[in-house]
Design a protein around this ligand. Structure first.
Ligand code: ATP
Ligand code: MG
Length: 452
């Protein structure tokens, strides 16, 4: 076939070719466990983000954004080798172009500490920081558990006292109140210091070794690597064994106990109820002293909406000058889900304040100018644009105007234009309609909005 022949295919033949092509082309889906944020949910996310911004300002926390990709060593060293995340959940890969070992961040704290150390942010003293963004973990996707999910987190670095532990917990409580969440409870524990955990570990090892046959496969593996994590097991057949295990709290020295009691006293003084859960150990390696989680029964198995604690050894472990720190992180999807259950999701926002209707030609030109003038005055406007390029009847345009959630329809037809006028219809009342001059439409809309 010559080029000329190729270009001279009949419309019918072209149609057949297109539909064959359409059959062959398979659609490409998103990655399992990684979700789109669809427009229908955008208002809820924007509301949550807004509340988070206000919350962090109210407590003097500054925003820090780290990259989504870090050197794998950041998480191996920061989170610890013997943790669920590092053992089996990380998206790690080699950069083919330069051989670097990289990882999509599975959590925020290790990366924040990497940045704080690298940028010497504690040089002038302690810092209160917050972050938000996507995290990646290769887990089995299910309700409340995704492979890409979003966290909001705060980190208070360079503070040693129980006052800051209490402050970050109060922030959490204020947030749940602000978001209207129901059924959230706080559980708290102390992991003491490394030497206290070492003594407890010895007692724990001998207890579990004595009862070796009752350990499930996961726990037998953890017995050698991280026996504390056995306490975390959700396996029902292990519960009785775990109940009888030596409690870390009984191994805490005076200083650790004092810190723990001081945190509890500060919470009590602020009317924050909490339950001591001696089995709460958290999945990450870097914690000491206070650890806590906020849990709900409203979300099924994925009931932990946020968790955190003190991680005094981490900054030094990441190569910085030793400094204490604590923080927490929350799963935004789970919190939004709980808002839904609590009935506290905001109403979806209207797409615009005003919707401009026209009949093409000169009325379109006038409509475009009116729309721009309204936008310059701070009014959100959608201009009707026919999907097929054909002018639609006012009736069908009015349906679109209604669906947009706009309060006002601004109608510019040939008759209106000839008289240098527009019609303004209130779509949210009984449909009251009035005529104003083309020049005064912006003022009329502003007056109407202010007066409403
Ligand atoms: P879980 O016990 O549910 O696996 P975790 O201890 O691994 O949680 P953290 O590392 O403490 O979770 O992360 C803080 C919060 O982030 C969790 O409380 C949860 O709300 C959220 N989160 C963690 N993993 C996921 C995930 N895969 N999908 C959605 N949210 C998650
Ligand atoms: Mg997990």
């Amino acid at each position: 076939m010559t080029d000329q022949e190729k270009n001279s295919v009949t419309p019918a033949a072209e149609n057949t070719r297109q539909s064959e092509k359409a059959q062959k082309i398979q659609k490409i889906n998103g990655v399992r466990g990684m979700n789109d944020l669809l427009p229908a949910d955008a208002a809820a996310w924007a509301h949550l983000e807004h509340v988070l911004r206000d919350l962090t300002r109210a407590y003097g926390y500054e925003f820090l954004r780290t990259p989504i990709v870090e050197a794998t060593a950041v998480f191996q060293r920061g989170i610890g080798e013997v943790t669920d995340i590092v053992e089996k959940e990380m998206y790690s890969f080699e950069d083919r172009l330069n051989g670097e070992q990289l990882t999509l961040r599975p959590e925020g704290t290790a990366a924040v500490v990497r940045s704080v150390v690298e940028n010497n942010l504690l040089y002038e003293g302690p810092k209160r920081l917050w972050y938000t963004g996507p995290m990646f973990r290769h887990e089995r996707p299910q309700r409340g558990r995704y492979r890409q999910f979003h966290q909001f987190g705060i980190e208070a670095l360079g503070f040693a006292g129980p006052d800051i532990d209490a402050e970050i917990i109060l922030m959490g409580q204020r947030l749940w109140d602000e978001l209207g969440l129901i059924g959230v409870r706080l559980e708290i524990n102390s992991l003491g210091q490394a030497n206290e955990r070492a003594e407890h570990r010895t007692a724990l090892l001998s207890y579990f070794e004595k009862n070796h046959t009752q350990l499930d496969e996961d726990s037998q593996r953890r017995l050698l690597s991280n026996p504390l994590r056995i306490l975390d097991s959700k396996n029902p057949v292990m519960q009785e064994l775990i109940e009888g295990a030596p409690k870390l709290l009984d191994f805490l020295g005076a200083e650790s106990l004092q810190h723990f009691e001081a945190v509890q006293a500060l919470l009590k003084a602020n009317n924050i109820p909490c339950k001591i859960n001696p089995r709460l150990v958290r999945g990450l390696d870097y914690y000491n002293l206070t650890v806590f989680e906020w849990i709900t029964e409203e979300l099924g198995a994925q009931g932990t909406i946020a968790g955190g604690g003190r991680y005094d050894p981490l900054i030094e472990r990441m190569g910085g000058k030793a400094a204490p720190a604590c923080g927490w992180a929350m799963g935004m999807e789970r919190v939004l889900e709980l808002m839904k259950v609590s009935g506290s999701l905001p109403e979806p926002l209207a797409q615009c304040d005003a919707f401009v209707l026209h009949q093409g030609g000169e009325t379109l030109t006038a409509a475009l100018i009116v729309a721009e003038r309204l936008r310059s005055a701070g009014i959100d406007v959608i201009l009707f644009c026919p999907p097929d390029g054909q002018i639609a009847s006012f009736k069908s345009q009015m349906k679109k105007a209604d669906m947009s959630g706009a309060t006002y329809a601004i109608i510019i037809g040939p008759d209106e234009l000839a008289a240098n006028e527009v019609q303004i219809k209130n779509l949210r009342t009984s449909g009251e309609q009035r005529t104003v001059s083309l020049d005064s439409v912006v003022d009329a809309i502003i007056d109407a909005i202010v007066g409403a």
